[in-house]
Write a protein that binds this ligand. Structure first.
Ligand code: BGC
Ligand code: CA
Length: 215
């Protein structure tokens, strides 16, 4: 049949073929693009579905056990701003000055005890919060003059000590049988009936078990 076509017709035929080819390519590319867009859309949708199902699972877990969430954010309890966390324990810095015995009793009422300073790290933590104010600590020589003891029976003699130079001194022959942190956080012995602020220390609150929550 081509033989019947004039050279002009032939050129036209061949020319149309040449012109049509790029259109085919464009259609093919558009088709592939649509396909890719649809695949991307499906992948994105499935990701959104996965993330939202994870969020709803987390919400359910937290709704069942809010304590878990709070404990993470506030290791010393979500219901109070008074207990501060430091290195695995909780600390209370009193806002009122009382005698050493009263301070001891008030810590015990709060299921804690006057702080035991057993090293530089804790000393540093305590002194940055007490500044140069007097705060009672869990140290005394009430039983035998000069025999200092920590309330929890920790080793005093060869353990960490941070007495101010010249202390303990039972100043002016007064009976200074109770320990406190004072200027620069250094320790001073002071008359137990005098009033000082105090620092209590307690372990982290324990996460209630399923059994204890039922009772
Ligand atoms: C002394 C301390 C004493 C304190 C009593 C200071 O001047 O150096 O040893 O405990 O007075 O306020
Ligand atoms: Ca003293």
């Amino acid at each position: 049949m081509d033989e019947d076509k004039s050279p002009d017709e032939f050129r036209t035929y061949k020319g149309r073929n040449l012109i049509q080819r790029p259109f085919f390519l464009i259609y093919a590319l558009l088709g592939v693009s649509y396909l890719l867009i649809i695949i991307g859309f499906v992948v994105a949708l499935s990701k959104v579905a996965t993330v939202s199902s994870e969020i709803s699972k987390m919400r359910t877990t937290l709704a069942k056990d809010p304590f878990q969430h709070d404990l993470h954010l506030f290791p010393c309890g979500a219901d109070t701003r008074q207990w501060e966390y430091f290195s695995g324990k909780c600390y209370y810095f009193s806002l009122k000055a009382v005698s050493w015995h009263m301070a001891k009793a008030q810590c015990e009422q709060q299921h804690s005890q006057l702080v035991i300073i057993d090293g530089f790290a804790k000393q540093n933590f305590i002194q940055t919060r007490t500044r140069n104010e007097r705060f009672w600590i869990g140290l005394h020589d009430l039983r035998t003059e000069g025999e200092w003891k920590w309330l929890d029976g920790s080793n005093y003699r060869t353990g960490f000590q941070n007495w101010k130079q010249g202390e303990p001194n039972s100043y002016q022959s007064r009976d200074e049988d109770c320990g406190q942190v004072w200027i620069n956080g250094e320790w001073n012995d002071y008359t137990c009936n005098s009033e000082s602020y105090y620092v209590c220390e307690k372990p982290l609150p324990v996460k209630p078990t399923a059994a204890s929550k039922r009772t």
